[in-house]
Design a protein around this ligand. Structure first.
Ligand code: CMP
Length: 445
C-alpha cells in the first residue's frame, strides 16, 4: 500500500503533531520519575511502553511522508521528502521509537536492568523534534507573541528544572529514606534555588560526582538566570510595542514643547491630538506601514482598511471596482482637530477631502455666514480643483475629523478616466457654488 504524501499544514497533520507534542511532554515528565524510582515492571507500564513505541513508529511513517517547504516551495517528491527527513530527524525518531526498555528488561541481570531504565530516557530525545510544532504555536497570529514567548519560556524552564531534579535524585539516592513525593519536592527545591543562583546551602553535595554535578548546574543556572532576566525584560517591553513607541514619542514631543516654551493652550491641543491618534488608530501611521508592500497587496489592504469611507460616501456608491481601487490607492488619511481651518477662502486648492468621521462647517471668510455643515460621507474642496479657482469658502473643523485627501493630479486623471464620476461631482460643485453665492448676496443686502 502506498501512503500518500501529506501537506505539512493540513489539518490532519497539525492534529497529529499536537497529539505527539502532548504525548512527548507527558513522557518527558513521567519517564525520568519511573527511572529514578525504579518502578517495578507492572503490566500497565509495559503496555504504556508498547503504546509509545507503536505511536512513535507511526510518527516515523507519517513524517517520512510529509512534504516540506524549501524557500517557500512545497517539495512533494517522495524521494526528496524521505531524504529531507533522513537528514533532519529520522535518527532521533528511531532512537525514541525502539522499545529498549522492553527488550533489555527481559535479561535478568541487575546491570542490564539499570541500563534498561536509563535507555528509557532516549524517548525524551523526541523533545527536540517537537520544537517544530512548538514554533507553529509561536507563529500563530491569534495570541500576543509576547505572551506566547513568555509561556514557552516558562514551559522550557519547568521541563529543564524537572529533568535536573530527577538527575539530582538519581545521583544522590535517598539517604534520608524519604517517600517519593517528599524526595521530589526537596530535589525540585534544590534545583530552583541552584538555578536561580540563590543556593541556600541547606542541601549540599557529599560525593565527588555530586559536587561536579552541582558545579555544572550552578554554571548553567548563572547563564540561565541572565537569559531569563533578559528575556523577561524584553518580553515585557514588547507586550505592547505600539504603546511603548507612542509613550516614547509623547515624551520627546513634550520635552520639545517645554524646551521651546510653546504656549500652554497650544501644548494642550497637541497633547489632545496625540491622544486622539492613539484612541482612533493606536498611534499607527497607516501610510508608512503600507509603504513597503507590493502594489497588489497594498491595494487589498487599502481596500479593507478604507471600506468604511467607500460605503459612507454616496458618490462612490455603484462605482466600478476599477474606479474604487484607483481612488483608494490615492487617498491619504489626515486628521483635523476642533477649530482647525482645513481650507481658507481665497487660497489656491491642491487637494479635496472626504470626511470619514466628524463634521466641518462651511463658512464665509469672516465666519459670519455658515453655508452648510458637512458630516461623515461628505466631501469638500472640489470646486477649486474643478475650476482651477481660489477656494470659494472657508472650512472649519467642528470636532476631531478623520478625513482622506485626494491630490489635484490624481483628481484630474480620475475625472478624465471616469466621466460619470466627473459629471456627478461637477453637478454638486455647481449647486454648491450657486447656493453660496445666493447666501452671500442675501447677507450683503
Ligand atoms: P473649494 O472652493 O475648493 O473650497 C471650499 C469648499 O467648500 C468648496 O470647494 C466646496 O467643496 C465647499 N462648499 C462651498 N459652498 C458650499 C455649500 N453651499 N455647501 C456645501 N459645501 C460647500
Amino acid at each position: 500500500m502506498k501512503i500518500p504524501v501529506l501537506h505539512p499544514d493540513s489539518k490532519k497533520k497539525i492534529g497529529w503533531d499536537r497529539f505527539i507534542l502532548a504525548l512527548t511532554v507527558s513522557i518527558t515528565l513521567v519517564i525520568p520519575l519511573i527511572t529514578v524510582y525504579r518502578h517495578s515492571l507492572t503490566g500497565l507500564y509495559l503496555i504504556f511502553d508498547f503504546f509509545i513505541s507503536i505511536v512513535y513508529i507511526a510518527d516515523i511513517l507519517i513524517e517520512s511522508h510529509t512534504a516540506y517547504f524549501e524557500q517557500r516551495e512545497l517539495i512533494r517528491h517522495r524521494e526528496s521528502v524521505f531524504r529531507h527527513y533522513a537528514r533532519s530527524g529520522l535518527t532521533l525518531d528511531v532512537l525514541a521509537a525502539i522499545p529498549f526498555f522492553m527488550i533489555l528488561s527481559m535479561f535478568n541481570n541487575p546491570l542490564i536492568l539499570k541500563i534498561a531504565y536509563l535507555s528509557n530516557l532516549l524517548r525524551i530525545a523526541k523533545l527536540f523534534r517537537i520544537r517544530k510544532t512548538i514554533s507553529r504555536i509561536r507563529n500563530s497570529k491569534r495570541l500576543n507573541p509576547s505572551f506566547i514567548r513568555m509561556g514557552l519560556l516558562i514551559f522550557w524552564i519547568l521541563i529543564a528544572a524537572h529533568l535536573i531534579s530527577c538527575s539530582w535524585m538519581e545521583i544522590t539516592g535517598n539517604p534520608d529514606g524519604l517517600d517519593n513525593t517528599s524526595r521530589y519536592i526537596r530535589s525540585f527545591y534544590w534545583t530552583v534555588t541552584t538555578l536561580t543562583t540563590i543556593g541556600y546551602g541547606d542541601i549540599t553535595p557529599s560525593s565527588n560526582l555530586e559536587t561536579i554535578f552541582v558545579v555544572i548546574i550552578e554554571l548553567i543556572g548563572a547563564g540561565m538566570y541572565g537569559f531569563i532576566i533578559g528575556n523577561i525584560a524584553n518580553i515585557i517591553a514588547n507586550i505592547d510595542i505600539a504603546k511603548s513607541q507612542y509613550q516614547e514619542k509623547m515624551e520627546k514631543v513634550t520635552t520639545f514643547l517645554r524646551y521651546k516654551n510653546i504656549p500652554h493652550d497650544l501644548k494642550n491641543k497637541i497633547s489632545d491630538y496625540y491622544d486622539y491618534l492613539w484612541e482612533s488608530r493606536r498611534g499607527y501611521d497607516e501610510a508608512s506601514i503600507l509603504e513597503d508592500l507590493p502594489k497588489p497587496l497594498k491595494t487589498s489592504v487599502s481596500l479593507f482598511l478604507n471600506r468604511g469611507i467607500i460605503q459612507k460616501v454616496p458618490i462612490f456608491q455603484g462605482a466600478s471596482e476599477e474606479f474604487i481601487k484607483e481612488i483608494i490607492l490615492n487617498l491619504k488619511p489626515v486628521v483635523f482637530t476642533p477649530g482647525d481651518y482645513v481650507v481658507i477662502k481665497g487660497e489656491i486648492g491642491y487637494e479635496m477631502y472626504f470626511i470619514s468621521r466628524g463634521s466641518v462647517d462651511v463658512v464665509s471668510e469672516d465666519e459670519s455666514i455658515v453655508y452648510a455643515t458637512l458630516n461623515a460621507g461628505s466631501f469638500f474642496g472640489e470646486i477649486a480643483l474643478l475650476l482651477s479657482a481660489p477656494r470659494n469658502a472657508t472650512i472649519k473643523a467642528r470636532e476631531y475629523c478623520d478625513c482622506y485627501s485626494l491630490d489635484k493630479d490624481t483628481f484630474d486623471q480620475i475625472l478624465v478616466r471616469f466621466p460619470k464620476f466627473a459629471e456627478r461631482i461637477r453637478d454638486m460643485a455647481e449647486k454648491r457654488r450657486a447656493e453660496t453665492e445666493e447666501k452671500q448676496k442675501k447677507n450683503n443686502n
